[in-house]
Ligand binder design. Structure first.
Ligand SMILES: N[C@@H](CCOP(=O)(O)O)C(=O)O
Length: 461
């Protein structure tokens, strides 16, 4: 399997090189040349596999240059850190299927991919005798998951930018209390979009990228998306009845990476009726699906801070397919975006979008009210991001199709919002006990590319 860029100007490369490249060197995002289509008998055969076995079957279709034994070992090592035997179990509460993605070390769905990617980087670097400086941006969850994926690894340094004061307190502490010498946290005075822009611009500075061997942990890295495809299959096999019938996945969406993984699963042949794109008040993607309005606005802070994003990086991967795999159109759209502030779509394109997606933007009051009412009805505490997806599913999926809501984080990461909703703090998993008392380390900097570049140059090994 070879990988190409959404911008169309790189020579196709294999999986391992794609993982190491992160952002494509032409500024685009990497995608497999083709997405394998599965027949019903393959799906049937996968139905009873363990999570790890399923992960191997899905990933080996895309990671064709990885020896099978090595891939299996990396998968097993990566998921041994999870506290639930099923890795991503599905629980049913009041007719809603909740896909719990928060049983990894940092209590968010990001661990599913970043435990794997950390081990994969270590493996590839060892094979090549190389080192890497990871540079990533986070609105809250990716940062700690990436740090936990690579902390203490000898040939890797990690620099994570987060928007100062804009994550939840626990999200910030999960990053800044990791004191391994290879971990560097930067609190940037700006928004997540500022952080993501700086990261992308450093990757697009090819001499800098090469000199410091930059590696990507954000979902610009194809391996992130790939590892997340697996749980769509896993959840489908637990929920669909009869086998072969359709389901809806409700996905709280910020950077479009998680829902894009669902889109890949659907393209592979998973019977998904619709992907429900659920946003908070940062609703550019919901406006796109419901009104065809993809115009940039300002980021507003919400109780679901991981989704406080305007410019979702993986949207580009979806546009590549929407534009019939024509890189010239993708280039045009992104070249005009900074000046025009919008991307326009034809009625035919919007019809295709609505064939695949439904969407709902959920406001702050609705989010808190959903945590509160869901708890009153079921005794289950939703985190604010998951509540956005549950609210959207309850409102939009009313025809009896099973709705699988992705529970993207543990509620204890967002205690303030939960207290507002139910009047008490959610029980804390052991990993968060006493986190406020731990020593921490973080560099506060302006959201300015040159200052951040200089900091990386000073600390890079
Ligand atoms: N919501 C994310 C933002 C970064 O997204 P990614 O999927 O590209 O890593 C976060 O929590 O950091």
């Amino acid at each position: 399997m070879n990988y190409i860029s959404t911008r169309g100007t790189i020579t196709p490369i294999g999986f391992k090189d794609a993982v190491m490249m992160g952002l494509a060197t032409d500024g685009g995002l990497l995608l497999p040349e083709t997405i394998p289509a599965l027949d019903r008998s393959t799906l049937e055969a996968w139905r009873t596999l363990s999570y790890q076995e399923l992960a191997f079957n899905v990933m080996s279709l895309f990671a064709t240059d990885m020896p099978a034994g090595d891939l299996k070992r990396l998968i097993d090592t990566s998921y041994a850190t999870f506290t639930h035997a099923e890795i991503t179990p599905v629980v049913k509460k009041d007719g809603v299927h909740i896909l719990e993605l928060f049983h990894g070390p940092t209590l968010a769905f990001k661990d599913v991919a970043l435990q794997f990617l950390g081990n994969l980087f270590e493996y590839l670097l060892k094979e090549r005798g190389e080192r890497m400086n990871i540079v990533g941006a986070t609105s809250g969850d990716t940062g700690s998951a990436a740090i936990y994926g690579v902390r203490g690894k000898e040939n890797i340094n990690i620099f994570i930018l987060h928007p100062h004061g804009k994550t939840s307190p626990v999200q910030a502490l999960q990053m800044t209390t990791v004191l391994d010498p290879n971990v560097h946290n930067i609190a940037a005075r700006g928004t997540f979009d500022d952080c993501q822009n700086i990261v992308k611009s450093l990757f697009n500075d090819l001499p800098f990228k090469e000199r410091y061997a930059l590696g990507a942990v954000n979902s610009i890295n194809w391996a992130r998306v790939l590892a997340q495809v697996v749980y769509y299959f896993y959840a489908y096999f637990r929920v669909a009845e009869p086998f072969g019938s359709e389901v809806v996945f409700s996905v709280p969406t910020g950077n479009f990476g998680d829902i894009f993984a669902g889109y890949v699963a659907k393209r592979m042949g998973l019977p998904v009726q619709k992907l429900l794109l659920a946003t908070n008040e940062n609703n550019i993607l919901a406006r796109f699906v419901t009104e065809g309005d993809y115009s940039l606005g300002d980021v507003v802070p919400t109780v679901s801070p991981s989704m406080d994003i305007q410019l979702a990086s993986n949207f580009e991967r979806y546009l590549f397919y929407l534009f019939d795999e024509d890189p010239a159109r993708v280039c045009q759209a992104f070249a005009a975006l900074p000046t025009k502030g919008r991307i326009d779509f034809s009625p035919a394109e919007m019809a295709r979008v609505r064939d695949e997606f439904i969407s709902r933007s959920v406001n702050e009051t609705e989010t808190i009210e959903t945590i509160s009412s869901f708890h009153a009805e079921t005794g289950y505490i939703l985190d604010p991001h998951t509540a956005v997806g549950v609210k959207a599913a309850r409102e939009l999926v009313t025809d009896g199709t099973p709705a699988i809501c992705l529970a993207t984080a543990h509620p204890a990461k967002f205690a303030e919002a939960v207290v507002r909703a139910v009047g008490f703090e959610p029980p804390r998993p052991a990993s968060l006990e006493g986190i406020e008392q731990l020593p921490s380390r973080c560099q506060l900097l302006d959201a300015d590319r040159d200052s951040i570049k200089a900091f990386i140059e000073e600390k890079a090994r």
